[in-house]
Design a protein around this ligand. Structure first.
Ligand code: FMN
Length: 407
């Protein structure tokens, strides 16, 4: 009997764009085909300057499409035929240009039309000169696309064809293929479980127009909610004011103050299987909120008296029964020692520890570099990765904790 190869019955539409790394897409196409996937290729006209459509035809047994209007004759629903057929659209390599076009909603060739029209997950594997990758417009486009749910296989650091050294080299074909397999074969391993995630900052009013808050954007919490929903969980996201749109497929409960977040969480806590507190609720509130806007020079306006807010995590730790309770610790000094104290005092099953002084980790960025701290003192360093990828790692650990308890 022949062994299952992993991607039988799956259609991976491979988009190839006009960069030096286009030749590596041939290896990706070959590997995906060998795993049993059907791999129709869509090439931009610039891509055909780097590698011939015939290469993909020979490797995949499928035509490599290059022409929006030719597609009209070939597919039942013409130019969106491939978008409909795709289980996943992989753009590798993805130029700065195709990222910019997708972010702007431009659909002026067969590839960008397919990306725009598909309901399947879209994965970009960018490759470009480091200066193009670091260009603020590219950074903005990538951030927007990530926020909208597009996936990225980030480029690697290394020597580029143009002779420069830096971030921008296409991820290895094997890493690209592994990611596709992971996405397409992901088990619904959280099906039937209830997961509550908190996200974002809270706001504590000082007067009708001012408030105390912090730099949390809510990205990590949204990534956790989105990942848990993709794995089949029923997800509730209790969110303070977010800097991004909450992910689809989750129930979002919007709150403003720490007291409101506390109320929303405690009210739902007992029915949850997994509780993940990724929010950064304010630890302090003003003891008195002025009824009118505070004016410069008015008596007492230069002094704010603070009182601690309710400790949501501590209360969850005290009342939890069989649930897995995961907290986050954003620290700036004595990072691991402070996180260990928090884990013990709040009865956590896992503490995800951020050193927020690092430029690429913690608040307001797309990536995170964390240490996972367990109650038995074990620590696991997780390399710098996208918050969505990290969300899956955290959910894997939550499942392992449940399994270790026979749940
Ligand atoms: C030799 C050469 C190499 C290039 N390599 C890249 C690259 O690696 N990444 C990139 O974003 N653009 C690269 N470009 C620029 C793109 O080809 C250009 O932006 C083009 O408009 C992309 O079109 P497309 O996105 O429709 O394929 C390169 C151009 C040339 C001439």
């Amino acid at each position: 009997m022949s062994k299952a190869k992993g991607l039988e019955g799956k259609t991976v539409v491979l988009g190839v764009t006009g960069g030096i790394a286009a030749y590596k897409a041939a290896d990706v196409a070959s590997k995906l085909t060998q795993l049993g996937a059907c791999v129709p290729t869509v090439m931009t006209s610039h891509a055909t300057r780097f590698v011939a459509p015939l290469t993909f035809r020979a490797l995949t047994g499928q035509r490599a499409e290059t022409d929006l209007f030719a597609a009209e004759d070939r597919f039942e629903i013409g130019h969106i035929g491939l978008a409909e057929r795709a289980d996943l659209v992989l753009v590798a390599p993805a130029t700065a240009n195709v990222l910019a076009k997708t972010a702007a909603g431009i659909a002026d060739d067969l590839l960008t039309t397919t990306v725009c029209a598909t309901k399947a997950p879209v994965v970009f594997a960018p490759a470009m000169n480091p200066r193009m990758w670091e260009n603020p417009i590219t950074r903005r486009n990538v951030a927007l696309l990530r926020e909208l749910g597009y996936r990225f296989i980030d480029p690697e650091k290394g020597r580029m064809a143009c002779g420069t050294e830096g971030w921008g080299r296409l991820a290895s074909p094997q890493r690209i293929v592994d990611t596709v397999v992971e996405l397409l074969c992901r088990k619904q391993d959280l099906a039937g479980l209830r997961v509550l995630v908190t996200a974002g900052p809270t706001r504590e009013p000082l007067d009708p127009v001012r408030f105390l808050s912090n730099r949390s954007s809510g990205r990590m919490g949204c990534a956790l909610g989105s990942a848990a929903a993709a794995r089949g969980a029923m997800v509730t996201l209790v969110a303070g004011p977010l800097s991004l749109t909450p992910p689809p497929g989750v129930e979002t409960v919007s709150v403003l103050t720490t007291a409101e977040m506390h109320e929303a969480v405690i009210h739902r806590a007992d029915e949850q299987d997994i509780l993940i507190c990724a929010a950064a609720p304010c630890d302090f509130r003003a003891t008195q909120v002025a009824e009118q806007k505070l004016k410069k020079g008015s008596p007492g306006a230069d002094t704010i008296l603070l009182a601690p807010t309710v400790d949501i995590l501590r209360e969850l730790g005290a009342r939890k029964r069989s649930q897995v309770l995961i907290g986050f610790a954003a620290e700036t000094e004595n990072v691991l020692a402070n996180a260990a104290t928090k884990l013990r005092e709040k009865n956590l099953d896992l503490n995800v520890v951020n050193d927020v002084t690092q430029p690429d980790a913690g608040f307001e960025v797309e990536t995170n570099r964390v240490t996972l701290l367990s109650p038995d003192g074990r620590t696991e360093s997780v390399d710098l990765m996208g918050k969505r990828e990290l969300a899956d790692v955290i959910l894997d650990r939550a499942l392992q904790i449940r399994q270790s308890r026979g749940q």
